[in-house]
Design a protein around this ligand. Structure first.
Ligand SMILES: [Zn+2]
Length: 401
């Protein structure tokens, strides 16, 4: 009987990879209620993992029922700017390498296999008088060289803190200009998050859809795919789901729209589940967008954020837990995709081997019909889960039994 071998799209034969992408974990505290004490909702990372920190809240409260869920943190390495420059709300913002305890905190996060630290600029941008005057970091650069110089400065700080250069990152505010993509490419990143695929209707109305939608809206499926850009084929990882998806049926607001949504709760709930189902049914990445903190030096709250969205996130994660998904960091997702696209599988009868093995290749998941055991080139026996084998990538012949 012929054993057809096929490389799985995602590791373990999962239908979709899942990751939480949390923006602006930073060495920042905004004393929003001006009482001189750090509270979890005011912290961005400044309180490290103490009990009153946002990080403690995330891990020990929000994600406690979901120990397998992984997080990619997007971290600005410099003095993170406030939203406005004339605020009377006290804010402490320091460099990521400002002291040994801070370096330890961030390095331990990055060394934990459940997490990774990714690049999110230096100061994140320049604040003005009003919140809408804020200019996002990559839009402040007036030349390619300026962008590259700043990235190079930021990457060295990141290396000092986490012990290696970051593999990827995200534009603050998903905002860029004509030099930006080239600056990413020429700075040695392997993946980058350029776009978020939500706020579609709102963004289109404002005619700013390029910032939020990766490509024309007609090609919905394409918008949610991992794509590539530049000569070096940097993997472009879209943000595909908002953590606050279910808030309209959860949060109590007094306006008319909110009352209507409450009345039609089941209808809206199903509609929101359908957004997740769309990603699952099409084997897209589920990259959940969140911010670490609701607090900034302005009366408005930062949204989405892990505090306001606690219940919505919990609902999303419980739903995903019941599906055959793969929890991974963005770098792990990018690496699997890179390996599975580059590697060539050669099969002859009940034997196969790989050609074109990338330098960073570690494991691959294969779907093999009518088989229970695969013996690797170094004579280890692997059994399947379902009909999926997750095998170490080695040179030499694999045997199907
Ligand atoms: Zn940000």
């Amino acid at each position: 009987m012929r054993n057809r071998v096929k490389i799985c799209k995602w590791k373990y034969g999962a239908i979709s990879p899942v990751v939480m992408g949390i923006d602006d974990l930073a060495n920042v505290w905004v004393d929003r209620n001006k009482n001189g004490k750090i509270e979890p909702e005011e912290d961005w990372g400044y309180a490290k993992n103490r009990k009153n920190s946002a990080f403690y809240y995330l891990i020990n409260k929000l994600l406690k029922p979901f120990p397998d869920v992984k997080v990619t943190f997007f971290v600005p390495v410099g003095i993170r700017s406030g939203l406005v420059n004339n605020s009377d709300i006290p804010m402490i913002s320091k460099m990521l390498n400002s002291d040994a305890a801070t370096i330890d905190f961030f390095r331990n996060i990055h060394n934990n296999p459940r997490f990774e630290i990714a690049y999110h600029g230096t100061d994140h941008g320049i604040a003005g008088k009003e919140r809408y005057d804020y200019i996002q970091e990559w839009q402040t650069f007036t030349s390619l060289q300026e962008a590259k110089d700043r990235i190079s400065y930021g990457k060295e700080i990141m290396k000092e803190v986490i012990g290696e250069y970051p593999k990827g990152g995200k534009y603050p505010g998903y905002a860029s200009n004509e030099f930006s993509d080239q600056s990413i490419e020429e700075s040695g990143f392997e993946w980058w998050s350029r776009y978020a695929n939500f706020h579609k209707n709102r963004a289109l109305k404002k005619n700013v859809y390029n910032r939020y939608i990766h490509g024309p809206i007609e090609s919905k499926s394409d918008n949610y795919s991992i794509k590539k850009f530049g000569k070096n084929s940097i993997y472009d990882i879209p943000t595909t789901l908002q953590g606050n998806l279910f808030n309209p049926i959860i949060l109590k607001k007094k306006n008319f729209k909110s009352k209507v949504i409450k009345l039609l709760k089941t209808h809206y709930e199903n509609r929101f589940y359908k957004e997740i189902d769309y990603l699952l049914n099409n084997n897209k990445i589920i990259n959940i967008f969140e911010h670490m903190s609701p607090s900034r030096n302005h009366i408005s709250l930062q949204e989405p954020n892990i505090f306001t969205d606690n219940k919505s996130l919990t609902k999303i994660l419980y739903y995903l837990e019941k599906k055959h998904v793969w929890n991974a960091t963005i770098s792990e997702i990018y690496m699997y995709k890179n390996i599975s696209e580059k590697m060539i599988l050669n099969q002859k009868n009940n034997k196969f081997h790989f050609d074109n093995i990338p330098y960073n290749a570690d494991e691959i998941s294969l779907q093999i019909e009518n088989s229970e055991i695969v013996i690797t080139p170094d004579n280890r026996r692997y059994s399947s889960k379902g009909n999926v084998f997750t095998l170490p990538i080695l040179r030499g012949m694999y045997r199907i039994c």
